[in-house]
Design a binder for this molecule. Structure first.
Ligand code: NAG
Ligand code: NAG
Ligand code: NAG
Ligand code: NAG
Length: 499
């Protein structure tokens, strides 16, 4: 009864507004209707709330001009808005942390931006073994909440990443070698489906949807709550290493150490390392940045054996006993939030000494040609995914991402580029693809190619769902037909990877 009367008044309101304002484009009418029903939960251009939300993007290119921003506070609010928007075919986008760097994936021009930023509830359940996270929670907040009970959650490696995009795209954390993807540790999703129904999907109810949401991204609805497992915090050790690459010989030693870490160190399930090479040609800067976590505190002056090779090159300055949350807060330092254009591109190779060196050589040779692009900063990241990571993902029914553990540790290679002027975008993107195609050709010829593309590090041209394998892709499509048969989360929500 309630819904139908709400919708009736919506329709009356819409037609009245349109009749009194010939200029009113549909998205303006939709904003007006949402504002009429939720007067304190809609913001318009030039208001402080709108400006704040519309600046909270990691990538400047994601700042668009939504007609208005809607701030739901519950699944019920999302349901009403979705029922209304689908009934009038109103366009929308959804934003959680805003860390994704593809324009239109978390924002929209001429449409309603649904921001989950007021959905920040965090609640302990099941004897403090499960933490319920509202869709607007950022990982820094989740770690702090978990720490109250001396627990950790399997979350992001930068504090201002939101829970939603991270978990729906898989979720690579510092403790993945032990626990798998972030999404493998979600025990239940509260989700608003295309028809406005609010359902709870877990291993026994809506089990197909539950599995599809682990890596199936935004194709099935708007998730309003993620219930994640929390594990005892055994302490930890790590931090950020910054080390100048002052010669080719240093670079070679660093690459040898990274390869050795992939092949040997990463087999210790307590370790998580983001190994990055940074260049900033304008400043002549060339450095190695390592973000390191080991999930156990260690005696002074005796770092874990798993990290010994890396630390023999870099030294240990900046590392010490730290919790996971503390290490993650440190990773955010120096992020370019909202001030640069960014683009990601991802690939994966079986880790060997040769493959790690080859990827580095090809990438840096390609970007050396663009050294004079204003504001160019390049980051080449090696992320070790050992077999234990894949096996950990089998728990709770597994995920549809189709990782292959049969060839030992793979390296997910992320190319992250920042620059200043819009005019340089096509050059940068072409160079990313050229570098990736070259190292993948080399890897294929040497039997070291891995097909997987990690969604959260991919660009808009990469077919991530195909990379999950044909059976998994078929499964994702089948579940899509069940829960979004009209393809609302494609026709009305243009952004995101579509199955
Ligand atoms: C919001 O941003 C616009 C455009 O940058 C600016 O003109 C306006 O003054 C801002 N409004 C507030 C309240 O900050
Ligand atoms: C799924 O959730 C229901 C409660 O909504 C619960 O009874 C059931 O045990 C859960 N199943 C799993 C596998 O967690
Ligand atoms: C370092 O390596 C680059 C690329 O392989 C090469 O062009 C350059 O001459 C080398 N520099 C030195 C000092 O060996
Ligand atoms: C780190 O923790 C270990 C206990 O595992 C302790 O022995 C060591 O003294 C601590 N290091 C520092 C610098 O406090």
């Amino acid at each position: 009864m309630r819904f139908s009367s709400i919708l009736t008044s919506f329709f009356v309101f819409t037609s009245v507004s349109i009749a009194t304002d010939a200029q009113l484009v549909p998205s303006k009418a939709n904003c007006l209707v949402l504002w009429a029903y939720f007067p304190k939960q809609v913001s318009y251009a030039e208001s402080p709330a709108y400006n704040t939300t519309n600046s909270q993007f990691w990538d400047q290119t994601c700042i668009l001009s939504p007609t208005c921003i809607f701030y739901p506070t519950s699944a019920h609010d999302v349901s009403i808005a979705l029922k209304y928007l689908t009934s009038v075919k109103g366009r929308f986008a959804v934003k959680s942390g805003g860390h994704f760097s593809i324009p239109g994936y978390n924002n929209i021009n001429d449409g309603v931006l649904i921001s989950t930023e007021r959905m920040k509830a965090m609640t302990w359940k099941a004897g403090d073994t499960v933490l319920e996270l509202g869709a607007g929670v950022l990982w820094g907040e989740a770690y702090a909440k978990a720490a109250e009970k001396h627990k950790v959650v399997v979350g992001g490696r930068i504090p201002d990443i939101g829970v939603s995009g991270f978990l729906l795209g898989g979720g690579l954390s510092f403790i993945g070698a032990e626990y798998g993807f972030g999404c493998d540790n979600v025990v239940g999703f509260e989700i608003v489906l295309a028809n406005g129904d609010i359902v709870y999907a877990n291993g026994s109810k809506y089990a197909d949807l539950y599995k599809a949401l682990k890596g199936g991204s935004s194709n099935y609805g708007i998730v309003t709550r993620f219930d994640v497992s929390a594990y005892p915090d055994a302490g930890g050790w790590g931090g950020q290493l910054l080390f100048a690459i002052d010669s080719n010989a240093t670079r070679e030693r660093m690459l040898d150490a990274i390869a050795d870490f992939h092949i040997n160190g990463a087999l210790d399930k307590k370790t998580g390392v983001i190994a990055s090479f940074l260049t900033w040609p304008e400043l002549g800067l060339n450095a190695f940045l390592g973000n390191v976590f080991y999930s156990q505190s260690v005696p002074t002056n005796s770092p874990p054996a798993a990290l010994a090779g890396l630390l023999a090159v870099t030294g240990t300055a900046g590392l010490g006993n730290k919790t996971l949350g503390e290490v993650v807060s440190g990773t955010g330092a120096g992020a370019t939030k909202g001030t640069a254009r960014n683009t990601f591109h991802v690939g994966s190779v079986v880790a060997t000494k040769e493959s790690i060196h080859k990827v580095d050589e090809i990438f840096h040779a390609e970007f050396a040609k663009l050294a004079n692009v204003p504001g160019l900063r390049t980051v080449l990241v090696f992320q070790a995914i050992p077999p234990s990571f894949v096996y950990a993902g089998y728990k709770n029914g597994g995920n549809p991402m189709g990782l292959d553990a049969s060839r030992g540790t793979v390296s997910w290679i992320s190319q992250s580029l920042s620059w200043k002027n819009a005019a340089d975008e096509s050059k940068i993107k072409l160079a990313q693809r050229t570098a990736k195609n070259a190292y993948m050709s080399w890897a294929t010829a040497n039997g070291l190619a891995d097909k997987f593309l990690y969604l959260n590090d991919a660009d808009e041209f990469q077919d991530v769902f195909a990379s999950y394998g044909s059976e998994n892709e078929k499964f994702l499509k089948k579940v899509k037909k069940v829960y979004d048969p009209e393809r609302v989360f494609e026709k009305l929500m243009p952004g995101g990877y579509k199955v």
